[in-house]
Write a protein that binds this ligand. Structure first.
Ligand code: FES
Ligand code: FES
Length: 163
């Protein structure tokens, strides 16, 4: 068993006492926290449906990373802040600008991949100097797969969210 860890989920501090060292962030989110917005697709790091944001203080900077929750072990969150798609709405209920752009530009069809895309897009928005160039956007979203949209509306939504 793993010793206790501490981290934030959204703005709520969590301390997890003892748990299996192979418990994944995805299973913990979906089973323990009922945060089912984070989807399980391949469960082996290939599809991006389970993408979440992990924020760490590195030096004097906050670094935002989109990670696949299915291949992150829970203990890896020690000292970090974790955000899922459920954390994006404002306190008044407004969608995040990335979500709004996805709605307006038809970036979702069946929607299964959408939370994962949205989290990768939010991470890209947080990247210093994030480029509007299509190649850079394609690279940033390369870890997310969609079987419905053909990607063009998602790229358009990414550009709008950046503008
Ligand atoms: Fe496919 Fe995690 S479920 S990458
Ligand atoms: Fe259906 Fe992306 S909208 S898989």
């Amino acid at each position: 068993m793993r010793q206790s860890i501490r981290f934030y989920l959204g703005n709520v501090r969590h301390e997890i006492p003892a748990f299996s060292p192979t418990r994944t962030v995805l299973d913990w989110l979906r089973e323990d926290k009922r945060r089912t917005g984070t989807k399980e697709g391949c469960n082996e790091g290939d599809c991006g449906a389970c993408t979440v944001l992990v924020v760490r203080l590195e030096g004097d900077k906050l670094v935002w990373r989109a990670v696949n929750a299915c291949i992150q072990f829970l203990w890896m969150l020690d000292g970090a802040q974790l955000f899922t798609v459920e954390d994006l709405r404002s306190p008044e209920g407004a969608l995040h600008p990335v979500q709004q752009a996805m709605v307006e530009l038809h970036g979702a069809q069946c929607g299964f991949c959408t939370p994962g895309f949205v989290m990768s897009m939010v991470a890209y928005c947080k990247t210093p100097g994030a480029s509007m160039e299509e190649d850079a956007i394609n690279t940033a979203l390369a870890g997310n797969l969609c079987r419905c949209t053909g990607y063009a509306p998602i790229v358009r939504a990414m550009k709008r969210a950046l503008s």
